[in-house]
Design a protein around this ligand. Structure first.
Ligand code: S3P
Length: 472
């Protein structure tokens, strides 16, 4: 049955054009306020995992045969990846952009085609870095651009190994976007030691390694999220991964293998569920369930930390979904106490320090976090954004080099009554809206439209559980 007959009547471009001015994409006014509440109750499914959504689109696009994806996150970051892939010849369609399913007719042996215009990747570091590796193995040249935040983020960490493999790069400002990637059909394999623990850099190398001659080895100083390895395995490509005695991890891939299209079910994003979980813990009368969340141990560092802080969090109904572990997360209000977060746990909760800082502000005693230098180069300088936001809300905090100490109180609620700057950073925006549920006075965040990059229905879903988050 042809795609039209099957009901996939919209190409991605027409879907994006249709949605441009809809309430779905323009979900947020610039400022948003969050008011103190008694608690959250009920069950709510958060959108699909962002990291896995990017990878499903990329791998499905070059697989042999068809891939069907359900649960894809239709946030702006992932749509940037879909649009870039479409511009290079991928055939990606869906009857309903918000709810899916998505269908990809994989290119298989066919080559990517030359994009006619530059690829705009919005706010999305994962799109930019993974696609740099993805494009490197094909004889095409593509210009990557992004928003103000993405254009400030370092790309040298990806350029260096990919250039060693034989891709070429033209950059205007040091190692920042905009830049041009010139791929090659004769990539060399490498043995590369990552200077920082980064799943984005590892994945870019593995995506290029799939097309390189021979064995590519990536050594990571600490194990990072392994969704690329797991999904490649699920789609028939052999990737070998081993954590060594010294805690470093070696990942190996042999070039020339072909991915095979599959049905992929994407679990809910634990990084998005984190906002609901902390909101339930810090409000007095809460009891919520977040179903079907990814609980891959390389992503659950925050939950482990919250449990150590005394949080009543349980993973129920554990199961497997397309090679990834999944569970329903049950959270009840809890009296939290400050802890010291071990620095070797940082990679498994790299995106969760903004929301952990909110839990820490409501916990008794101080919470000490170290090894956070990577937070300086996320969507914003998160160390500064967290510290400034907490101080504005009346919470004492110290930034010491690459560390952060939050002095919490479970007895007196923080004052609040402030406006927090989000710096085009979705996780800063959502974290401080969660803080406003438990302060004395409401908390306002500016630039709340950035939330659409990863969690388009965030305020609607929070309000359905009992929050009061309103556009200003
Ligand atoms: C991601 C890896 C992490 C994370 C990002 C998503 C991924 O980045 O912060 O939100 O999907 O591979 P780094 O690799 O830069 O740590």
């Amino acid at each position: 049955m042809g795609l039209r007959q099957a009901g996939y009547q919209y190409s991605l471009f027409s879907i994006l054009a249709k949605c441009k001015n809809s309430a779905f994409t323009i979900a947020y006014m610039k400022a948003c306020v969050s008011k103190p509440i008694d608690g959250l109750k009920g069950a709510a499914r958060v959108p699909g995992d962002k990291s896995i959504s990017h990878r499903a689109l990329m791998l499905g696009s070059i697989a042999a045969g068809d891939t069907r994806i359900s649960g894809l996150l239709a946030g702006e970051d992932v749509l940037c990846t879909a649009k870039a892939l479409t511009a290079m010849g991928a055939v990606i369609t869906s009857p309903d952009i918000k709810n899916g399913p998505w269908h990809i007719r994989g290119l298989g042996e066919k080559l990517l085609c030359q994009p006619k215009a530059s690829l705009y990747l919005g706010n999305s570091g994962t799109s930019a870095r993974l696609l740099m590796g993805f494009v490197s193995g094909y004889p095409v040249s593509a210009v990557f651009t992004g928003d103000e935040s993405l254009s400030r983020r370092p790309m040298g960490r990806v350029i260096k190994p990919l250039a060693q493999m034989g891709a070429r790069f033209e950059t205007s400002v040091a190692d920042r976007l905009p830049l041009r990637v010139i791929g090659s059909s004769t990539l060399r394999s490498i043995n590369y030691q990552l200077p920082v623990a980064s799943a984005q850099v590892k994945s870019a190398i593995l995506l290029a390694g799939l097309h390189a001659k021979g064995m590519t080895f990536v050594v990571e100083p600490q194990p990072t999220r392994d969704h690329t390895e797991r999904m490649m395995g699920f789609m028939g490509v052999k990737v070998h991964s081993k954590v060594q005695k010294n805690e470093s991890a070696v990942v190996t891939i042999e070039g020339g293998q072909q991915l095979v299209g599959r049905n992929i079910v994407i679990p809910a994003d634990p990084s998005s569920a984190a906002f609901l979980a902390v909101a339930a813990l810090i409000t007095e009368d809460s009891d919520i369930v977040i179903p079907s969340v990814l609980v891959n141990p390389r992503r659950t560092g925050l939950y482990e930390t919250l449990q150590e802080m005394g949080g009543d969090i349980t993973f129920e109904n554990r199961r497997d979904s397309c090679g990834e572990p999944v569970a329903d997360i049950h959270v009840r209000s809890s009296k939290l106490r400050g802890v010291r977060v071990p620095s070797d746990r940082v990679p498994s909760m790299i995106d969760e320090f903004p929301i952990l800082s909110i839990a820490a502000a409501l916990a008794e005693g101080k919470t000490v976090m170290t090894g956070l230098e990577e937070l300086r180069v996320k969507e914003s300088d998160r160390l500064s954004a967290i510290a400034n936001g907490l101080e504005a809300a009346g919470i004492r905090v110290d930034v010491r080099g690459d560390g952060l100490v939050v002095y919490g109180s479970s007895v007196t609620a923080p004052k609040g009554g402030c406006t927090v700057r989000t710096h085009l950073d979705h996780r800063i925006a959502m974290s401080f809206l969660v803080l406003g549920l438990a302060t004395q006075e409401p908390v306002t965040v500016d630039g709340a439209e950035t939330i659409s990059t990863s969690f388009p229905n965030f305020t609607t879903l929070m309000n359905s559980l009992g929050a009061q988050m309103m556009p200003q």
